[in-house]
Write a protein that binds this ligand. Structure first.
Ligand SMILES: NC(=O)c1ccc[n+]([C@@H]2O[C@H](COP(=O)([O-])OP(=O)(O)OC[C@H]3O[C@@H](n4cnc5c(N)ncnc54)[C@H](O)[C@@H]3O)[C@@H](O)[C@H]2O)c1
Length: 364
């Protein structure tokens, strides 16, 4: 990555995978002078036709291989592939000489992740694993509040996530197929897929973790399909701060959401007060998205951009700007994504061992 040369012209990008999350990732690319979208790739002709209306000038392909052999010049790709395809898919994309902005999680297992990082290194290309939560304005303001000392020295924090089964946007049946595959290999939709974001925010807020303890449960929602809740995960950061995250299922609860039905909150306690982000993906608590209590007074933030989709726009814009300048952090780089994966794997290892403490650095 040290050899990376920023582009002195708009970056030529292809979308690889045009499914559900394309609807949000695309927001970074629309009206963005840093980029030119030159190709759209998906085996589904229906998806290609649907997305072509956003980019009438772009060429469409059924596979990355077809694109690579088309003669079209591509600098970087937006990889929006089903998780089981991440390892081989990303190695292939890097092999064509393209920088890759990959949707999270990097992949399910450490050896695959290491193989992906090695491929990037070998080809001298950048692998970024995007984490949109780090661009959600209420969470950014929470981090700023903590760092400014507004609630005093931090004594601990709590994250809560309630998965509900009613409300939100439609998810195509084909997405459930690969999600079930993931569940069957022990990488559930709450702890591993959506949970990836919570673990990311923990590392981003308080730095490396030295010990994780977990109790990962399961609830059969349809015969043969178990969802990974109730779950409780606790950990201690190297800085001494402890975090707790509880995941609960409320299958019949209606949750107002423009996207997935996930009711989330983060509450950080300091010696003088607390700060709480009340929601993120869904619109569970209809209060200001960030509230900060200190010294007997509550401060409420009413004007933050708390539309979850904006975090995708800003994460993608950050990447495209990075490709133009090479400046600042990738949020996340490949090695940082590996830390998130180790954190998740430490939770699985702990739960399997009855909740004993696991240092993520020792996983694998
Ligand atoms: N950041 C977030 O909050 C968030 C939310 C949802 C999904 N995601 C991630 O985004 C990724 C995609 O998820 P999704 O919900 O859009 O899935 P999806 O199933 O809706 O879409 C995947 C698309 O990839 C296409 N595809 C399959 N094989 C392909 C191949 N070899 N080459 C090109 N395209 C191929 C499929 O036809 C489909 O259109 C996953 O990594 C998922 O974890 C992230």
């Amino acid at each position: 990555m040290s050899s990376f040369q920023p582009y002195d012209r708009p970056v030529r990008v292809a979308f690889i995978g045009l499914g559900r999350i394309y609807d949000l990732n695309v927001r970074a690319y629309l009206d963005n002078p840093d980029v030119e979208v030159v190709a759209l790739v998906d085996p589904s002709a229906e998806r290609r036709a649907e997305r072509q209306s956003d980019w009438p000038e772009a060429r469409t392909f059924a596979s990355a291989s077809e694109l690579a052999h088309s003669g079209l010049v591509v600098d970087a790709v937006e990889a929006l592939l089903p998780i089981p395809l991440h390892p081989d898919g990303v190695v292939e994309l890097l092999g064509y000489g393209w920088h890759v902005n990959l949707q999270k999680p990097i992949c399910s297992d450490l050896p695959d992740a290491q193989r992906m990082l090695a491929a990037a290194e070998e080809r001298g290309r950048v692998l970024r694993v995007m984490e949109n939560y780090l661009f959600y304005e209420p969470l950014q303001k929470l981090r700023e509040t903590i760092r400014a000392g507004a609630i005093g020295e931090i004594t601990g924090y709590h994250m809560k996530m309630v998965g509900s089964g009613r409300g939100g946007w439609d998810v195509p049946a084909s997405s459930y197929e690969w999600q079930f595959q993931q569940m069957q290999r022990g990488r559930g939709v709450l702890v591993f897929d959506d949970g990836w974001h919570k673990l990311s925010t923990a590392l981003w807020l308080f730095g490396p973790v030295r010990e994780v303890r977990a109790w990962i449960g399961t609830t059969e929602v349809v015969p043969g399909i178990g969802v990974d809740a109730p779950t409780t995960i606790v950990w201690e950061h190297t800085c001494g701060v402890r975090g707790v995250w509880d995941i609960t299922l409320a299958v019949d609860m209606y949750l107002r959401s423009d996207y997935y039905t996930n009711d989330e909150r983060w509450e950080v306690t300091g010696r003088r007060g607390y700060a709480r982000v009340n929601r993120c993906t869904g619109r569970g608590i209809q209060e200001p998205s960030l509230e900060v209590y200190a010294d007997g007074e509550m401060r409420s933030y009413h004007a933050l951009d708390d539309d979850w989709a904006s975090s995708f726009r800003d994460s993608g814009r950050h990447w495209l700007r990075w490709l133009r300048t090479g400046e600042g952090s990738l949020l996340w780089s490949g090695p940082e994504a590996l830390d998130v994966l180790r954190f998740a794997l430490a939770a699985y290892q702990s739960s399997a061992a009855g909740g004993s403490g696991v240092d993520p650095a020792t996983v694998g």
